[in-house]
Write a protein that binds this ligand. Structure first.
Ligand SMILES: [Zn+2]
Length: 328
């Protein structure tokens, strides 16, 4: 999708939201007119009064008359609210309930894009990106600690803690206040599973999460940078702006100067902006330091909670269990 298409879709989402809010209000009004006939009568009287005030002067800009209309309207409004509350409805039951109070779901405040429009653009951009990276979602419920039971007790406990930390991270996530996580350990120990479980929980709450392996992301960025990719998409902005960036498979294989500078740009920009990340790596801290230099690593470490993963490759364990099951 091009930037223009994403923008157009975001505007359309808000338009639908606004239309729905208005339709729901009309449905509530119809219902209340039947249930509390006095409201219909009140409305009829108000219209008659306003009509006569206007026709008496023929000039709607007459200040005194307009003031009278305003007074009548206010009085009628107060009576309507009383009728509603007397019947057990909220006083604002017949107001239009827009999702965004700032712009009444128009997407604009004083000619400028409202926060809700920007959020919608971010959501669609993230969604598009994740479709491209074929995000497969996992959940906390299917993360089994059984695979770690034969570990030494302190390592099993660490894995229990990792699960608890990730669950709590997802539950209390805030784009402004959450810190970053750095998950380290060999492949196949559940780092990807837990970070995708976090992604899943947050995407369901409308948080803009971008998940990708660093290799695949760098490939896309390189294509775009050298004009070989979708020229209208702006993956770097999406990656820098999203609420949570999850970088999987952070390793040593990125030796081109483009890869290096891109990694620095992403990590530094997000840390400067105080935006959270989850970085998964099978490198030790020493190896990351050696590979990427002290400065960026020290910053990443100081900004992150470290989770060490232990165990034996779960994919191997699973396939062993499957073949054992088949055999007996
Ligand atoms: Zn808004």
């Amino acid at each position: 999708m091009t930037k223009e298409q994403i923008y157009a879709e975001a505007v359309e989402v808000l338009r639908t939201r606004r239309r729905n809010a208005q339709q729901e209000q009309e449905q509530r009004t119809d219902r209340i007119r039947q249930e509390i006939p006095e409201t219909a009568e009140l409305d009829r009287q108000l219209r008659a009064v306003c009509g006569s005030i206007l026709s008496a002067i023929g000039r709607p800009d007459n200040k005194e008359r307009l003031k009278q209309i305003e007074q009548h309207t206010k009085a009628a409004d107060a009576m309507l609210r009383n009728l509603l509350t007397a019947k057990g409805y909220p006083a604002d039951y017949l107001d239009v309930h827009y999702t965004c109070q700032r712009c009444d779901d128009t997407g604009f405040v004083g000619g400028r894009p409202c926060v809700c429009l920007k959020q919608e653009i971010g959501r669609i951009s993230a969604e598009q990106f994740n479709v491209r990276s074929q995000l497969v979602l996992c959940s906390f419920a299917d993360f089994s600690l059984d695979y770690y039971r034969d570990l030494p007790p302190e390592q099993f406990h660490a894995m229990e803690q990792n699960l608890a930390v990730c669950k709590a991270y997802a539950e209390s996530f805030s784009p402004e206040r959450s810190g970053s996580l750095l998950m380290s350990g060999n492949t196949g120990l559940g780092k990807t599973h837990l970070s995708l479980a976090i992604a899943n929980a947050l995407l369901q709450r409308g948080v803009h999460v971008i998940y990708d392996s660093i290799g695949s992301l760098l490939h896309i960025l390189e294509q775009e940078h050298f004009g070989r990719g979708d020229s209208d998409s702006d993956t770097l902005s999406t990656v820098l702006d999203c609420d949570l960036l999850i970088l999987d498979d952070f390793g040593t294989e990125f030796r081109t100067s483009f890869s290096r500078s891109m990694i620095y740009t992403i990590l530094n920009s997000r840390m400067n902006a105080g935006k959270p990340m989850i970085v998964n790596t099978n490198l030790t801290l020493g190896e990351i330091r050696e590979e990427y230099g002290d400065r960026v690593v020290s910053r990443l470490i100081s900004a992150s909670q470290m989770l060490a993963f232990y165990g034996r490759d779960i994919r191997i364990q699973k396939s062993l269990r499957r073949s054992a099951g088949q055999g007996g």
